[in-house]
Design a protein around this ligand. Structure first.
Ligand SMILES: Cc1cc2nc3c(=O)[nH]c(=O)nc-3n(C[C@H](O)[C@H](O)[C@H](O)COP(=O)(O)OP(=O)(O)OC[C@H]3O[C@@H](n4cnc5c(N)ncnc54)[C@H](O)[C@@H]3O)c2cc1C
Length: 301
């Protein structure tokens, strides 16, 4: 399978990239790692007349901390760079828990955070991570720069807040304050496949492991990842060894409106949400009320 003919451009800066998009509004398309776009081109589901390769735009490849202690990732940072970065491992461990499940090693070497977010597959781990961590997206466009909260960026299946001619430039992750416990679980047919359902949980705990606040994201279930923090409300003020995980799993499953597709029915996805949420809680160290503390909790971290 071969793509239709296209012109290739490799700008050296964002302004040059934006200018190419401005000059060719109907047929220019940004390419990042090419791991989603190239298969779509080979299947002729995408037929851009021009590819604007962002690989030469150095400022989009930076992964750094800003003055406020936030992690600032250029859109072109590859998935695997996050997994190897010590600052990410210690400050934002939820990223590693989820992103190691993105596809396979080779794809994680090429595919980028920006490409994943702009592609907006409902089963993408990155959109879920960004929601969980309250990330903020910086967009560059013909009208200048603007910021969009993670919850407003992905709008639906393959739909984002990007306007014509805009580029996602950076993603900012605030530093989680206080003590956090994180858990992740997804279910896919084979390791590396897109998930059929997944859950990410973050529990803010005090020095006695009493839960102060909780965040829960479910993904690969509806048209986009969604925060379901309300399902964790019964945890607040409870010790993590005294929690009815079954109840929380059922509450999360009752809160979603899953889609049916060739991979799983809506009913199956409800069941998978329950399973993913209870296992993600176990990954965060939560023990079902009355369980034996000498029995290790199960998780796929
Ligand atoms: C076999 C296989 C399995 C996979 N499994 C998973 C998985 O389990 N989980 C998962 O999350 N992903 C999975 N992926 C997708 C992978 O994560 C891709 O890396 C990702 O979806 C796209 O990233 P990319 O950098 O390759 O973007 P590209 O393919 O280059 O681009 C994707 C889209 O985003 C646009 N775009 C890219 N960057 C920008 C930007 N900065 N600004 C504006 N628009 C932009 C492009 O125009 C294009 O429309 C899989 C892919 C394959 C081939």
């Amino acid at each position: 399978m071969k793509p239709s003919a296209f012109v290739y451009r490799r700008p050296a800066g964002i302004e040059e990239a934006l200018e190419l998009l401005r000059q060719h509004p109907d047929d220019a398309r940004v390419i990042a790692g090419g791991q989603s776009l190239v298969p779509a081109m080979n299947l002729r589901m995408a037929t851009p007349g021009m590819l604007v390769d962002l690989a030469g735009v150095k400022e989009l490849s930076a992964l750094e901390l800003d003055g406020a202690g936030r992690l600032v990732a250029g859109a072109m940072v590859a998935h695997n760079r996050f997994l190897r970065d010590e600052r990410v491992k210690s400050g934002w461990p939820a990223i590693g828990l989820a992103v190691r499940h993105v596809a396979h090693e080779q794809i994680r070497n090429r595919g980028t955070i920006g490409g994943s977010l702009c592609h907006a597959d409902p089963a993408a781990e990155w959109a879920a991570v960004c929601l969980l961590l309250d990330a903020e997206m910086s967009l560059a466009g013909p009208q200048g720069a603007r910021s969009v909260a993670a919850d407003d960026f992905v709008r639906g299946v393959y739909e984002t807040a990007l306007k014509p001619g805009e580029i996602l430039s950076r993603i900012r992750f605030p530093a989680p304050l206080g003590r956090w416990r994180w858990g992740f679980h997804e279910i896919a047919r084979r390791r590396g496949d897109f998930a059929l359902a997944g859950a990410l949980v973050g529990l803010n705990v005090d020095e006695n492991d009493v839960v102060q606040a909780g965040r829960l994201v479910v993904f690969a279930v509806e048209d986009r990842a969604r925060r379901l923090d309300a399902a964790l409300s019964t945890l607040i003020g409870r010790g993590i060894a005294d929690i009815d995980t079954e109840l929380i799993g059922l509450s999360a499953a009752a809160s979603v409106d899953p889609r049916s597709d060739m991979h799983a029915s809506a009913d199956q996805r409800c069941h998978l949400v329950h399973s993913c949420v209870t296992h993600a809680l176990a990954g965060a160290g939560v023990r079902p009320a009355g369980s034996d503390p000498s029995t290790p909790t199960w998780s796929n971290q």
